[in-house]
Design a protein around this ligand. Structure first.
Ligand SMILES: [Zn+2]
Length: 166
């Protein structure tokens, strides 16, 4: 029994449903193998198996090589589960998402926005200065926006991501 990591399972289930997951499980157990063998094993149409295999391929969870029968000249595709690549892709995607959050945190930290207490406007520092720090709608003094909640929220997201729970 080849272990399929939980995050790979989740991705496949989300993108392809139970059918995709069942096919992946069998591929992991039987592979390297062909669509015909999988179709027999699962009592499913070869076309269904093939469609799912290509989707797994696009998700970088499965890969194939072409095998030519020298005598008959037939070409068969031999499929295998490629856990390393799937795992790497997921880690890269997670790292990219974490990097985006880190950048967003920096942007929020650096941003100096001024808001009307009645939420009429959000102004950049220069705009607020032009308006002498008054709301153009109601004339009340604008205040430096409190970003602590937004920052706490972003940091929480980042932490969850770094622990691999997101
Ligand atoms: Zn206002």
């Amino acid at each position: 029994m080849t272990e399929i990591p939980d995050d790979v399972r989740e991705t496949v289930e989300e993108e392809m449903g139970d059918e995709g997951l069942t096919i992946l499980e069998h591929l992991a157990d039987l592979g390297p193998t062909t669509d015909t063998v999988l179709a027999e094993e699962l009592d499913t149409k070869t076309s269904t198996i093939r469609r799912n295999l290509y989707q797994l391929y696009e998700e970088r969870i499965a890969d194939y090589r072409e095998n030519r029968d020298e005598e008959k000249g037939w070409l068969t595709f031999v499929w295998s589960y490629t856990p390393g690549e799937a795992q790497r892709e997921l880690e890269e995607a997670r790292e990219a998402a974490a990097e985006e959050i880190r950048e967003e945190i920096e942007r929020v930290k650096e941003s100096e926005l001024f808001v009307c207490p009645d939420e009429h406007v959000r102004l950049e520092f220069a705009e607020a200065m032009d308006l002498e720090f008054h709301c153009p709608r109601c004339g009340v003094s604008v205040e430096r926006e409190d970003t602590s909640e937004r920052l706490a929220d972003l940091r929480e997201q980042l932490e969850a991501m770094e622990q691999g729970t997101a």
